[in-house]
Design a protein. Structure first.
Length: 734
């Protein structure tokens, strides 16, 4: 019978049976068959199957044994009565038998020979049964009796857990025990009692024997058993090791018992039980560990637990990081390094990151990582500390492909009340928002009619939970009202005013455009010459709606003022300014206030000391202002130009310079000094009057001449525009 499993889509097409007896193989379409063997023997049948896909496999059955029952069985013992210390010998013979099955009451022994031996563990008469067989076919059994007499030596031993070299021995011997003899093989005296306690040397292998005699039958039996004592020690040279490195531990002064077993608890690892006295373990966790080994020598012995005096420190970098377990392709991987040294006094000196896609980094905290292909990646962090200890931390992440969505149109505009059609191109489920403005939030194509400008979002989510979003802005133009903050403004004639209209973000056109700084501005300046109404017409950018607002500009008349013609007065003489005013003037202001006795009088007076231009500003009863100017001049004549007839340039700060002193003079055009021989010794041109720094210091080409008479020539320009020339002489006194 055969049971066959094939891959999906395939099936067994034939069974080829081979029976192992030289007959021709049999091909069938069934998984069962039958075969008759013609002769006795041992055969090895096999099966070959072939599938429709051309695959094949073989199976070998267990051997098939075919025989006939043996005959003429004869069985007997060599001795019918034996001491318990002896081994019994049994003999059996049968025709065509190739095996004999012996039941000696204690064991079942199968022999291919005609002889069987057995040492009994108990006394008394035993019925021995033997059954002949040929290839598993049983013949008729035969039997006989043997008697075991005398004594059988037996004992139990157990060492003391508190002193493992001390053992208790208890006799369990059978029969008529006339005497006992214990021998301990350690040079100590023998004992002749049934049960004894004996202490052996600290270490050694001892053959302990118990001999029991039966004086009635004359039989004697001896039981011998090994006893082992030792003072083992646990040692290792690897007391401070790096994580994931190996440490070797060895038991010395061990027991000589070949049956000793060792159970290790070292460097944080449990190993055993085993027979080797040395073990090498890979330390895969951090810590400071006690090291012990438990030695077992069998059920007669207490376990011997050996503790190593020194602890083992497993140190190195404790590597770790946190990150997402799974995320979408468009999402960057963020890892947070949580590594630290196991021992606070150590430090991690190098990091090697491998992100599984060919990218590597050697910083403590790498930046975000982006992947270009979805899949499973193994993140690997390797770190090394100052002791050269290296460890590796790994984590597997899964990156799923992104979803896709693209919305048309990209941007659209509507007048209030109109509808728009939005289309989302995608491969997965779609969701529109805001859902309350769509007739179907999960359709690819929707029609919307939003009351205000709205951003519509289409979100596509694939089977991995990855999402993509696209959006379209539907801008809705609503009716509006044009407004102005100043529908009526009042300005003085020849002034300007800033007018306004809104709201902003609309197209604007003022009418009429004349007299405006910018007819397309929300706040242009107006320069009207007459009373006027400006109309601002606003419209949205797509022509949905328009609205207008008016601004009325009213002109106020100016006050009249005429300051009159410019006037000339002698130096230090009084003067009065008497402009002609309009009848709507309510206030006056003269500037500057120099030489005037009143700045707010209609007719200001004063005493002239120099040329001055006065501005009269008048304000009307409506707040408008007019201005006019008048200039008064100091009368220009020769007597207004004075020069001394002598000076003393001796650096005493008194009369050290020779220069003109003037009144009503605007500029000195030319000032020159000549010697009596007609040579020019000094000259200055075009400089302000009454400034001694432009005067002559009495030096001629760096030299200081002695007392002498010099001639001067002077040419000046009056404030009123007239010119005066003057000549004379001066005495330089040293």
């Amino acid at each position: 019978d055969a049971t066959v499993t094939t891959v999906p889509g395939d099936a067994v097409s034939s069974y080829m049976w081979s029976f192992g007896d030289g007959s021709a193989p049999l091909s069938t379409g069934s998984n069962t068959t039958a075969h008759n063997y013609a002769a006795t023997g041992i055969y090895a049948p096999s099966l070959t199957i072939t599938t429709a896909g051309g695959c094949s496999n073989n199976f070998a059955f267990d051997t098939v044994r075919f025989g006939i029952p043996p005959t003429n069985i004869v069985a007997y013992p060599l001795k019918n009565t034996l001491c318990g210390s002896e081994s019994a010998t049994f003999i059996g013979k049968a025709t065509n038998a190739n095996t004999y099955i012996w039941d000696n009451t204690e064991t079942i022994d199968i022999e291919t020979d005609t002889i069987s031996k057995h040492k009994f563990s108990s006394l008394g008469t035993k019925n021995i049964v033997v059954t002949p067989a040929f290839n598993g076919c049983l013949g008729v059994a035969d039997s006989f009796d043997v008697t075991i007499i005398g004594v059988i030596a037996k004992f139990d031993l157990k060492n003391t857990c508190s002193d493992k070299k001390t053992f208790s021995f208890d006799s369990k011997s059978l029969g008529n025990k006339s005497s006992y003899l214990w021998h301990f093989d350690d040079g100590s005296p023998d004992e002749i009692i049934a049960d004894v306690v004996h202490t052996f040397p600290n270490t050694g292998e001892f053959s302990v024997s118990l001999t029991v005699d039966d004086d009635i039958t004359g039989c004697s039996d001896t039981k011998t058993q090994k006893v082992y004592t030792a003072a083992p020690q646990l040692n290792s040279q690897d007391l401070s090791i790096c994580i994931n490195s190996s440490a070797t531990f060895t038991v010395t002064d061990e027991y000589a018992n070949p049956g000793s077993r060792y159970i290790w608890n070292v460097a944080g690892k449990k190993v055993g039980a085993g027979t080797k006295t040395s073990v090498t373990v890979k330390a895969d966790k951090f810590g400071t560990f006690d090291n012990t080994v438990i030695i077992t020598n069998g059920k007669a012995y207490c376990n011997d637990t050996i503790q190593m005096m020194s602890k083992t420190i497993v140190k190195g970098p404790m590597l770790g990081f946190t990150s997402q377990d799974s995320f979408c392709l468009s999402t960057p991987l963020i890892v947070t390094n949580t590594s630290k040294p196991y021992l606070p006094g150590d430090s991690i000196v190098s990091y090697i990151w491998n992100f599984g896609d060919g990218n590597r980094d050697s910083t403590f905290q790498p930046g975000p990582q982006e992947y270009s292909i979805p899949g499973r990646y193994t993140l690997r962090l390797e770190g090394t500390d100052i002791n050269g200890c290296t460890d590796v931390f790994r984590k597997v992440i899964r990156i799923s492909d992104d979803a896709f969505v693209y919305v048309l149109p990209r941007v659209d505009t509507l007048c209030l009340g109109q509808s728009d059609t939005l289309i989302a191109f995608q491969n997965d489920n779609i969701t529109w928002s805001p859902a309350n403005l769509t007739f179907c939030s999960t359709c690819d194509t929707i029609t919307v009619s939003p009351p205000t400008t709205t951003m519509f979002y289409a979100t596509s989510t694939n089977t991995f939970g990855c999402s993509a979003m696209d959006s379209v802005l539907v801008k809705v133009y609503n009716p509006f009202n044009a407004t102005t903050a100043t529908p009526d403004v009042y300005i003085c004639l020849n002034d300007s005013v800033q007018i306004d209209a809104g709201p902003a973000n609309y197209k604007i056109m003022w009418n009429p455009a004349g007299g405006l700084s910018d007819p397309n501005s929300y706040t242009p300046f107006a320069f009207p010459g007459v009373n006027i109404t400006y109309t601002a017409t606003l419209s949205d950018s797509v022509g949905c709606f328009t609205s207008s607002a008016d601004v009325n500009v009213h002109l106020k008349s100016l006050p009249g003022v005429d300051a009159g013609p410019d006037q000339v007065f002698p130096f230090n003489s009084p003067f009065t300014l008497m402009p002609v005013y309009g009848n709507n003037v309510v206030s006056y202001l003269w500037s500057p206030a120099n030489q005037l006795n009143c700045t707010t009088c209609a007719n200001a007076s004063g005493t002239i000391l120099k040329k001055e231009t006065y501005t009269i500003a008048v304000t009307s009863d409506s707040g408008c202002v007019s201005k006019d100017e008048i200039t008064i001049f100091v009368e220009c004549k020769d007597s207004n130009v004075l020069l001394p007839n002598a000076f003393t340039p001796n650096n005493d700060n008194i009369n050290d310079y020779f220069y003109p002193l003037t009144r009503g003079i605007d500029r000195v055009l030319n000032f020159a000094i000549y010697s009596r021989e007609g040579k020019r010794v000094y000259q200055k041109q075009d400089f302000p009057p009454n400034d001694k720094t432009y005067g002559w210091d009495g030096n001629v080409k760096g030299a200081s001449p002695s007392t002498a008479v010099y001639v001067y020539v002077l040419d000046v320009l009056c404030d009123s525009g007239e010119r005066i020339s003057k000549k004379g002489s001066v005495i330089l006194i040293r």
